[in-house]
Design a binder for this molecule. Structure first.
Ligand code: SF4
Ligand code: SF4
Ligand code: SF4
Length: 411
């Protein structure tokens, strides 16, 4: 067992192998042996060709679902060839990933990610759709939850949550876009596929082009609806959707997170708040052995310890808070920092703390899990209630206003 690592007992071979790999060879060398598909962990493995083929097939199927619903209109089916196709795929591959994942913190994150996608992104819009309150002209009515649509209530709530807890509340735990990349794209996490190094890191600035387009969409929303604003919003939709699916198919060359790293305008928005808000990763230079493991497990290609050495912290717009680096650091030199540290200054969200929160043997973990399930059930029940009895976001907000004794709100 690694003597520096009190939490390593549950997966000692994994930790030791990680350390051995981290210290023994540069990230570009390929692991010699193929990884069995029931073993997935923070340090990416190399998987057989059939697994990669299956992943590409699933990505293609999701793309075809979108094409059919948007352009082809060939098959009228409620699940197998439309936007919900992607969520069926996430569920199937998600179960596989959860069972195979060896890092307990990431297993917990995947469970929450898949559950959120199932309830919030699939079941509610599919079975109990209702329009949420929004401002401005959107082109289409935003069915709850529309967290990527500027102007909706969910969008503003998410911005607030990102400011307090960092980009991980959405990019780590809740985004369907990352859901499919996490669970279907896992064979493309390996160093052969994920571009790293100085140029790959510099290319991250590409996303500001998409962010500029996003600002244009926000501007169009505030204008009166006309051919120009409708045309621009349609153009923006295509500029997001096409790269979104093409980057899935390009995963063998740009890694599973190519879209999040280089193109996502929403990730750029959340990233700005990541930097301006209360989230960061603290770095302790005194205990760091510069083993480099934190950089090798990061799918976003962030030079973690180099940034830590230079700045004493990792506070980039790119970090989506997956926690792989923190939960794998063998010397606990990394720790998340967010709004909780404001109220509990001695709290240290390091490897031990994060892994303990994922320990199912502890009653506190089971209570938190029960609370999470309860919240999802309540949201589902709320969706059923409002879609069946009230019907639209405007009515929802009016009813809430009446309930709280507030004047009726109009948008
Ligand atoms: S970067 Fe964009 S696509 Fe990736 S997880 Fe964040 S919001 Fe989703
Ligand atoms: S922060 Fe941890 S994982 Fe990263 S180089 Fe230092 S000891 Fe290794
Ligand atoms: S820096 Fe750490 S938490 Fe952030 S994306 Fe990379 S591995 Fe995940």
């Amino acid at each position: 067992m690694n003597s520096m690592d009190p939490t390593c007992s549950g997966e000692t071979p994994v930790c030791q192998e990680g350390l051995r790999l981290a210290s023994a060879r540069p990230a570009t060398l390929r692991p010699k042996r193929l990884m069995p598909v029931d073993q997935q962990r923070s340090l990416a493995g190399r998987y057989p060709l059939w697994v990669k083929g299956l992943s590409l097939l699933a990505f293609t199927w999701a793309f075809l679902g979108w094409l059919n619903e948007t352009w082809f209109f060939q098959f009228n089916n409620s699940i197998w060839l439309n936007r919900y196709t992607e969520y069926v795929i996430i569920l199937a591959f998600g179960i596989w990933r959860i069972v195979a994942e060896k890092n307990p913190y990431n297993r917990r994150r995947l469970i929450i990610l898949v559950a959120n996608v199932m309830v919030l992104w699939w079941l509610i819009p599919w079975l109990f759709p209702f329009i949420e309150p929004y401002m401005g002209y959107l082109g289409v009515l935003p069915a709850f939850p529309s967290l990527h649509t500027p102007g909706t209530l969910t969008f503003f709530l998410v911005l607030g949550a990102v400011f307090l807890f960092g980009r991980r509340v959405i990019c780590g735990w809740n985004c369907p876009c990352v859901g499919i990349r996490e669970v279907v794209g896992f064979p493309f996490r390996q160093a052969d596929h994920v571009p790293r190094g100085r140029w790959a890191w510099r290319l991250r600035h590409l996303k500001w082009l998409w962010f500029a387009l996003y600002l244009g969409a926000m501007w169009a929303m505030t204008r009166p609806a006309n051919n120009i604003t409708a045309g621009y919003l349609g153009f923006f939709g295509l500029m997001v959707a096409l790269p979104y699916f093409f980057t899935m198919l390009l995963s063998p060359w740009i890694g599973n997170r190519g879209y999040c790293r280089y193109l996502c305008p929403y990730g750029a928005t959340f990233g700005l708040l990541n930097k301006a808000g209360m989230f960061r990763i603290d770095y302790n230079a005194d205990t760091c052995t510069q083993c480099g493991l934190c950089e090798k497990v990061c799918d976003m290609g962030i030079p973690v310890w180099k940034l830590g050495t230079a700045k004493g912290r990792i506070d980039t717009t790119e970090c989506m808070g997956c926690g792989r680096c923190v939960t794998e650091c063998p010397t606990q030199s990394l720790a998340f920092h967010d709004v909780r540290n404001l109220f509990f200054p001695t709290l240290r969200q390091d490897r031990v703390w994060l892994r303990r929160r994922a320990d199912w043997n502890l009653p506190a973990t089971r209570w938190r899990s029960a609370g999470f399930v309860l919240v999802l059930v309540m949201v589902l029940a709320g969706g059923w209630y409002y879609s069946g009895r009230i019907g639209s976001g405007a009515e929802l907000i009016n009813n809430l206003g009446t309930l709280c004794g507030l004047p009726i709100l109009t948008w």
